[in-house]
Design a protein around this ligand. Structure first.
Ligand SMILES: [Zn+2]
Ligand SMILES: [Zn+2]
Length: 306
């Protein structure tokens, strides 16, 4: 029983540690991302083992798991069905590891191979989807590269994948009633966790980063006194409500929202030049004249009023 508790405590420790490193990575210390990945990988591994323990305390040991795998082969079924068959026969797993001081434990693949057999009895859907498995495999390959000093990733890759993994883990721990990740996260890490765990919040954070990066790229190398000449606005996107509409060369109006899944290009706030006097106004305030001008500003439209 002590062992069970330790796995949970260690999984949560590693997860919190991953968040700490992730925050440092976001603050510009790219090397910290590397540790965020290794801590997160460790946490995922432990959570998968916790899941195995919900089936049988001893299933996290390779020897016991191997016995299940062999049974699956003999019966020509999956590992979960084989485990259930053994359980119904009151098979004593503990017997297999008795006397071993520190028996070898299962791999991530083995634990996953069991979890992915779990099917919802009502909908018939698999509880663990392919996306989560793909993300775990991505993380594993990255961890291997990190350990062999040949890792290469962009900060954006890490942010997106860590976000997906955190959401996957949050769902997994909830699905199998292991623990509530949100409750276990340290208070000072809760904000970063929330952004990662909430797909929409995470996408908005990512969209804001894109805005900042483009702005920085545009102003880099331009002398301060010339920066005022750069025509660059950030508009509130009327479609998603975020302040994420920035210039985009591929857009007809010249602006596009950076939020993934939004990409809206239209806003009445986007400024255009009056075709008569040349002054810039929000396009929503402009009038079109038949057959002549598309954009006429309020001053030119109604000079008496000014
Ligand atoms: Zn938008
Ligand atoms: Zn005008």
């Amino acid at each position: 029983m002590q062992f069970k508790f330790d796995i949970k405590a260690n999984a949560i420790d590693s997860f919190n540690e991953a968040l700490v490193k992730y925050e440092q990575g976001q603050a510009g210390d790219l090397r910290a991302f590397k540790f965020a990945i290794t801590h997160l990988a460790h946490s995922v591994e432990l959570v998968l083992k916790m899941y195995l323990q919900t089936l049988d305390e001893n299933l996290i040991f390779s020897k016991c798991f191997k016995h299940v795998t062999n049974r699956a082969k003999d019966d020509n079924t999956n590992v979960l069905a084989a485990f259930n068959a053994l359980k119904s026969e009151s098979f004593d797993f503990e017997n297999l590891v008795q006397g071993h001081a520190s028996p070898h434990t299962v791999t991530v693949e083995q634990a996953l191979s069991m979890a992915r057999c779990e099917v919802c009895s009502i909908t018939g859907n698999h509880f663990v989807d392919q996306d989560f498995i793909d993300d775990i495999n991505w993380m594993k390959s990255l961890r291997n590269e990190i350990e062999h000093f040949e890792f290469e990733f962009t900060a954006k890759d890490v942010r997106l994948s860590v976000g997906k993994l955190v959401r996957g883990l949050d769902e997994f721990t909830d699905l199998f009633s292991l623990f509530d990740l949100g409750n276990e996260v340290g208070q000072e890490r809760y904000q970063v966790f929330k952004v990662l765990a909430d797909e929409y919040e995470h996408a908005v954070a990512e969209a804001n980063i894109a805005v900042g990066e483009q702005k920085q790229a545009l102003f880099a190398g331009v002398r301060p006194k010339h920066q005022i000449l750069i025509e660059w606005n950030i508009y509130t996107c009327p479609s998603c409500g975020n302040n994420t509409m920035i210039p985009n060369d591929d857009s007809q109006m010249g602006y596009r929202c950076t939020l993934e899944g939004c990409g809206n290009e239209e806003s009445e706030d986007i400024e255009v030049d009056c075709e008569i006097c040349g002054a810039a106004w929000a396009n929503g305030e402009m009038t079109s004249w038949d057959d002549t001008y598309t954009y006429v500003c309020p001053r030119c439209e109604n000079p008496e009023a000014w």
